[in-house]
Design a protein around this ligand. Structure first.
Ligand SMILES: NC(=O)c1ccc[n+]([C@@H]2O[C@H](COP(=O)([O-])OP(=O)(O)OC[C@H]3O[C@@H](n4cnc5c(N)ncnc54)[C@H](O)[C@@H]3O)[C@@H](O)[C@H]2O)c1
Ligand SMILES: O=P(O)(O)OC[C@@H](O)[C@@H](O)[C@H](O)[C@H](O)CO
Length: 377
């Protein structure tokens, strides 16, 4: 049986990427530190992906197993040795931590076989696979590095499926029915159900990140300020829905200009995503969607990059500035990033966060607009 090894047996791992490999006839070895999940995968050998919709629909995912990378290095190396695909859905900040064991697995594999291995990071981050590749190269000896060419391939990708935090301890995963997985390559690669191949990912990842994730972030941060707990409850407020639409018009104007997108088609894409956010069956928390605001306020992420790009292009960004202000105000004591931001604000004011985390000069027009909005919140 064909083999895939997937790092991160969480929501996207089990509910999306691992599930597609299983459906495509692969055995999937999940690598994770969550002992309970790994034990269950090995004991139960299957789970269900359940659709968040009125009509019950469930897919059984079989041919799965798990390895704990903290306890069983040999098991991880063995899984890498036999894999055709190596994927991750682990969170962008964790990629550097798993790179050493992936490098070790690749080095060992290169000594035994020249069969092709395709590495794809499935994270909400522009160029995530390139970043992972950089960390892997930092951990590889020169001999292995020289052998990578033509044998180990690295493809960037964009992943889109809303998967909330799961209730209870079952392996089953509740997901929205919609999904899109876009992979950038010009190689002829083994088919995977549900994978769309493109030769230029930039318009796809930016369209996704600056529509789905920007819109999501606006709802999460405004919802949190308004004391709401879920995305759909927050969006039931017409003023917040209007703010989401106006923000996505701003990111949309940039995307249309940058990538020559059809304006009407892009508007339909925005509308479709706002309907996805309204899915009450997902019960998706504002704390999950707003998680890790230090990452979300990064220069290339869903809030800052569309604002800086809009400003460069002479396009409006005031609604984006309000979203950035709301992100700065995200006050969740259980979120390490949010706690750090509140401490930074106390010590140096909100402009210090924008300078240090977002790379925006204190006297920049965007910073000044964000501060105006922050004070008005
Ligand atoms: N959930 C979504 O709706 C969604 C959609 C698209 C993309 N994404 C992206 O997918 C990625 C994963 O998100 P998620 O929602 O599945 O998160 P998640 O928290 O459900 O899953 C992450 C998994 O990684 C594991 N992990 C953490 N550190 C590890 C380590 N050092 N070694 C091995 N395993 C480790 C965790 O135990 C967890 O099982 C993120 O980049 C996210 O932005 C999420
Ligand atoms: O995963 P994050 O933290 O980058 O973003 C939170 C959500 O916006 C995200 O997980 C979406 O649900 C997902 O990107 C939809 O495809």
């Amino acid at each position: 049986m064909k083999q895939a090894v997937h790092f991160g047996a969480g929501n996207i791992g089990r509910g999306f990427i691992g599930a597609l490999f299983s459906e495509s006839g692969y055995h999937v070895t999940f690598v994770d530190v969550a002992e309970e999940v790994i034990n269950k995968l090995n004991a139960e050998k299957k789970y269900h992906v359940n659709m968040a919709q009125a009509q019950a629909e469930s897919i059984t995912i079989e041919n799965v197993s798990g390895v704990n990378n903290m306890k069983d290095e040999a098991g991880v190396l063995e899984a890498i040795r036999h894999a055709t695909y190596l994927t991750t859905a682990i969170g962008p900040n964790i990629l550097p931590r798993i790179a050493p064991i992936i490098a070790k697995g690749i080095a060992a594999r290169l000594k035994e076989t020249d069969e092709k291995l395709y590495v794809i990071a499935c994270e909400n981050q522009i160029g995530a696979t390139d970043i992972l590749k950089g960390h892997i190269l930092d951990n590889l000896d020169d001999e292995s590095k020289a052998e990578l060419e033509g044998t180990v391939f690295f493809f960037n990708s964009a992943v889109d499926r809303i998967v909330p935090i799961q209730e209870g301890h079952s392996l089953d995963v509740l997901v929205e029915p919609y999904y899109e997985w876009v992979v950038e390559t010009t190689e002829n690669i083994p088919p995977v159900t549900g994978m769309t191949i493109v030769d230029n990912l930039a318009p796809f990842i930016e369209r996704k990140l600056f529509t789905v994730n920007t819109g999501h972030a606006v709802i999460a941060y405004l919802g949190s300020l308004a004391g709401k707990s879920t995305i759909d409850q927050t969006l039931a407020d017409p003023e917040i829905e209007e703010q989401v639409r106006e923000t996505l018009k701003e990111t949309g104007a940039y995307l249309v200009k940058e990538y020559g997108l059809d304006e009407q088609e892009h508007l339909a894409y925005i509308n479709k995503n706002i309907e996805r956010f309204k899915n009450a069956f997902l019960n998706d928390g504002v704390t999950r969607v707003g998680r890790a605001p230090l990452r979300k306020l990064g220069p290339d992420d869903r809030l800052i990059r569309p604002a800086t790009q809009a400003q460069k292009a002479g396009l409006p960004y005031t609604h984006l500035a309000k979203a950035i202000a709301a992100a700065l105000a995200f006050n969740n004591p259980e979120d390490e990033d949010a706690v750090k931001i509140q401490e930074m604000i106390k010590a140096g004011g909100p402009a210090s966060v924008l300078k240090e985390i977002s790379g925006l000069a204190e006297d920049s027009e965007i910073t000044q607009e964000v501060i105006r909005q922050y004070e008005a919140l």
